[in-house]
Design a protein around this ligand. Sequence first.
Ligand code: MTE
Length: 323
Amino acid sequence: MNVIRRRGWEIPERLATPAHLVFNRRAFLAGGASAMALLPRAAAAQRVEDLAKLADPTADLYPAKRNEKYVLDRPITDEKINDHYNNFYEFNSSKEVSEQAQLLPIRPWTVKIDGLVEKPFEIGIDDLIRKMTLEERTCRHRCVEGWSMAIAWTGFPLARLVDFAKPLGSAKFVRMETFTNPKVAPGERMTWFPWPYVEGLTMAEATNDLAFMATGAYGHAMSKQHGAPLRLAVPWKYGFKSIKSIVRFSFVEQRPKGYWEALQSSEYGFWANVNPAVPHPRWSQATEEVIGTGERRPTLIFNGYGDYVAGLYKGLENERLWA
Ligand code: MTE
């Protein structure tokens, strides 16, 4: 079995089906007679998405006030485009996961906090969200595959959750874990993948103000394909670090091994900071395709967030910081 051939960014999706063709086809369908033929199905899918948004018991918290400290150098990606260009391998390895992802039940949703903490505990997602103060933040997102978007997330700094968890001084890393539910997530039935999806940060990264827990996007509770009800957004790192639909935070002493590192450690590592000067072993990282615009622009070191995070990596120059 060759797991390497199955990964999305081995043969980037946009090479298999170029994004502009996908979007052009959408525009054509939306405008033409064929749109009428597809309407019942499209309308049904739209209804499922609308229901998912309405049913959220924290819906009253959106939209939250924008934190103006974080500004973008590009327009926010259109929500409709972002809703249909996702990586969520629990469902499938194409970019079109939105329909399948709607099957994920996100209430009740319990988050477990354990490991090196004063007292391990579990908390329901709605109680957790209401203990935090939500804000909106606009962030760039750079996938290791060479594409990017800009998103208006809503959520709270991960540092607030770390405080709430009361970790012990011996905790060096936060390990995060996605749900396991192979009944609704067909990707998880593929046993050659190292489920559950796991990612980790050092305590210094996790308590940096840029590390954000997103619960919403585009002014409402988050769509399931984006990782509802709780996902990480670490915009200075390649997108695979931003783990979706988290059920567990463990405070640990050993560096956690992430999902992609577990699959292919020669290509994906722990730090995964964005750097245009360090190519992926099989492609350049110098530029990125801005999804939805057809534009290709130069990639920035730390995805443009060096002022906030470069200091985290002083003294670590010998580590593999850029994969
Ligand atoms: N989290 C989980 N649980 N499963 C995944 O497949 N994909 C990652 C990351 N988080 C992934 C995940 C990758 S590779 C990227 S680029 C981003 O989610 C994509 O986020 P988006 O779909 O909101 O753009």
